[in-house]
Design a protein around this ligand. Structure first.
Ligand SMILES: Nc1nc2c(ncn2[C@@H]2O[C@H](COP(=O)(O)OP(=O)(O)OP(=O)(O)O)[C@@H](O)[C@H]2O)c(=O)[nH]1
Ligand SMILES: [Mg+2]
Ligand SMILES: [Zn+2]
Length: 300
């Protein structure tokens, strides 16, 4: 049987890197996979192929996944869209500026990674564009994530700063780079490979927003055996299958502050009854994290 790893997905088709091969081959999806392909097949999936004499190979089965990063389809939130499968670590990529740093996205992607069975790390790219004040401001916003033991790496693909540290962090693992358009995900892959391999696109001059240069996820292999999945920039990041329980697990720092009632939602309850609200008021819990928690709770 031929087995390989999905390196790219198109409508009704995908690119597969067959085990032991150096180049990908174009394959068609079996009809039962094609109809549900947004959730059924993703880059990183392990697939079984059926060779056909007069046609390209057919993907007949997707093997069970050990992890999956997914989100609701932005066009149709009732559909789960798989972003990357069988990943060890989700690298949440931000820029110091151009586009604007938004810590809130870290909460959401970290939660999605956790729900999907992967760890996460934060990369702050475009270090070269930040002065000392900007760096200190971002560092302060990163405090809650450092407390959660998320690795943080500052990088610049312009100066090469942090690239070796990132390579060390990812070595031997399968990673997916996720973040807003224009933060430099594809540029980081080029830097890690030490080659101009992936297309990158300039951010818009007037507002520093990305132009959505990468339109499909793609799997890249580094010389040291690390696998990296480049993904298209996200505008927002919805959470698939979020419930009260998984939300609670996403904010473990709240557990240190017991409330009067065990089922406290830390929302409309009076502050006198809510240890979490008191901890926010005293500064012991980061107010931005609490704000994200409340928004996510309201979205349930
Ligand atoms: N100053 C500076 N610019 C960078 C850095 N890294 C990337 N860029 C630039 O940022 C722009 C966007 O880079 P991309 O790598 O295309 O960003 P992306 O995250 O892949 O964007 P999408 O594919 O649209 O999601 C390009 O003009 C890059 O040259 C950096 O460390 N410093
Ligand atoms: Mg890109
Ligand atoms: Zn409470």
């Amino acid at each position: 049987m031929t087995v390989g790893t999905v390196a790219g997905v198109r409508r009704g088709a995908c690119e597969v890197l067959v085990d032991g091969a150096d180049t990908t081959i174009h394959c068609s999806l079996a009809p039962d996979l094609a109809v549900v392909q947004k959730s059924a097949i993703a880059v990183g999936d392990r697939v079984e192929l059926e060779e056909r004499p007069d046609a390209e190979p057919l993907v007949i089965r997707v093997r069970p996944r050990r992890s999956l990063l997914s989100r609701p389809d932005p066009m149709d939130p009732g559909i789960q869209r798989a972003i990357a499968a069988n990943i060890d670590i989700v690298v949440i990529v931000m820029a110091t500026r151009r586009p604007t740093f938004k810590a809130r996205l870290i909460d959401r992607i970290h939660l999605a990674a956790h729900q999907g069975g992967a760890r996460s790390a934060v990369v702050i790219n475009k270090l070269d564009l930040a002065d000392d004040r900007r760096r200190a401001d971002i560092e302060a916003q990163l405090a809650p994530y450092r407390d959660l033991d998320l690795p943080v790496v500052w990088t610049s693909t312009r100066t090469g700063a942090g690239i070796d540290a990132l390579r060390d962090l990812l070595r031997g693992r399968t990673a997916a780079l996720v973040g807003h358009s224009g933060v430099g995900k594809s540029s980081l892959i080029n830097a890690l490979r030490d080659a101009e391999h992936v297309e990158v696109g300039a951010v818009r001059h007037k507002d520093g927003k990305g132009r959505h240069t990468t339109t499909f996820s793609a799997l890249h292999r580094l010389p040291d055996g690390t696998w990296i999945i480049d993904t298209p920039g996200v505008r927002a990041f919805g959470l698939w299958g979020l419930d009260r329980d998984s939300l609670r697990k996403g904010f473990p720092e709240f557990d240190a502050y017991p409330c009067r009632y065990a089922d406290c939602a830390h929302d409309a309850e009076p502050e006198a009854d809510c240890g979490v609200k008191q901890a926010v008021a005293s500064g012991a819990i980061n107010p931005a994290r609490y704000d994200t928690y409340r928004r996510l709770l309201a979205s349930l």
